[in-house]
Structure formats: C-alpha cells, structure tokens
Design a protein around this ligand. Structure first.
Ligand code: FEO
Length: 165
C-alpha cells in the first residue's frame, strides 16, 4: 500500500533531521581538528557518516513505499563548540532531541495505522537507545577527565580507535 501524505511528510522531516545531525557532527569534527584532538575528530566524523546512513535508510524506505523524497534546507551548524566535554554534552543533548523526534514519528505511524512504518521505526528506536548510551558514556569519561590534559589525550587516543563499521 502506498504511503499516506502525512506520513511521507513526517519521514521527509526526519531525513532532514538526520542530515542536520550529520552536518552538526561534521562541524564538531572540524572543531576538534582545529583544536588538535585527532581522535575526537575521527569519532565525530564517523558519527556524521552514521547519520548520513540513517537518512539514507529513511530515503530508501520512502522510495520502497512509493513515496517521494523531498530534501529540505538544513541549518548552518555552529563553528565552535567549546571544551571537549561541552562538545560531547551538546552531542548528547542532540541525540536526546532526535530520540524524541523518532518517538513522535512512531506515534504518527500508529495514528495512521501504518504498520510497515512502525516496524521500520523500531530499528531507529533501538538505535537511539544505543546512541544515547554511547555518547553518555563518553560524557561521563570526559567529566572524570576534567581539565587534566593527560587524561584528555588518553581519551583522544581511545575514541580515535573507534572502528568505521
Ligand atoms: Fe540518527 Fe544519532 O541519530
């Protein structure tokens, strides 16, 4: 069954939100490059790529359902994000915002009795639990490190070892 217009519009909004996330994390990556934290920069670059993959998952799904993808304008991200702990706190806040958008999208799918979209979104619901958990762990470690330069450099090496899968 072809997807309803309201559901299509909501998925198009989410594609923009995921691409905006990718843009924010890429700007955070550039910020860390400029601040000489190559490991944090790599972590954010991979995070950005994951967000593009999320957008493409929705893009493919909408096409499969006979919908029409409509790309929207995405906002310019900030240039500077402050100290490393603050950058990851902002990333966590952003993931929490994305989780609530996914929840809202799921509610729309339920209201529309759109079962395929509910099933598709269950992947995103699980993914958001993982994302919030991962970023939350980094925030905890950053808070422990505080202003200790040696601890921050240790974390930079650790996060830089993130695999690109
Ligand atoms: Fe696609 Fe990190 O939410």
């Amino acid at each position: 069954m072809k997807i309803e217009q309201a559901m299509q519009a909501a998925i198009n909004e989410q594609i923009a939100a995921e691409l905006e996330s990718a843009y924010i994390y890429l700007s955070m990556s550039a910020h860390f490059e400029a601040e000489n934290f190559p490991g944090f920069a790599r972590w954010m670059r991979l995070q950005s790529q994951e967000e593009v993959a999320h957008a493409m998952r929705l893009f493919d799904y909408l096409n499969e359902r006979g919908g029409r993808v409509q790309l929207k304008a995405i906002a310019q991200p900030p240039l500077e994000f402050g100290a490393p702990v603050s950058v990851f706190e902002q990333a966590l806040g952003h993931e929490q915002k994305i989780s609530s958008l996914i929840d809202r999208l799921y509610e729309t799918a339920k209201q529309q009795h759109d079962n395929p979209t509910q099933v598709m979104l269950q992947w995103f619901i699980k993914e958001q639990v993982e994302e919030e958990n991962h970023v939350g762990q980094v925030v905890d470690q950053m808070r422990l490190a505080g202003d200790n330069r040696a601890a921050l450099l240790f974390l930079d090496g650790k996060l830089g070892a993130r695999s690109g899968d």
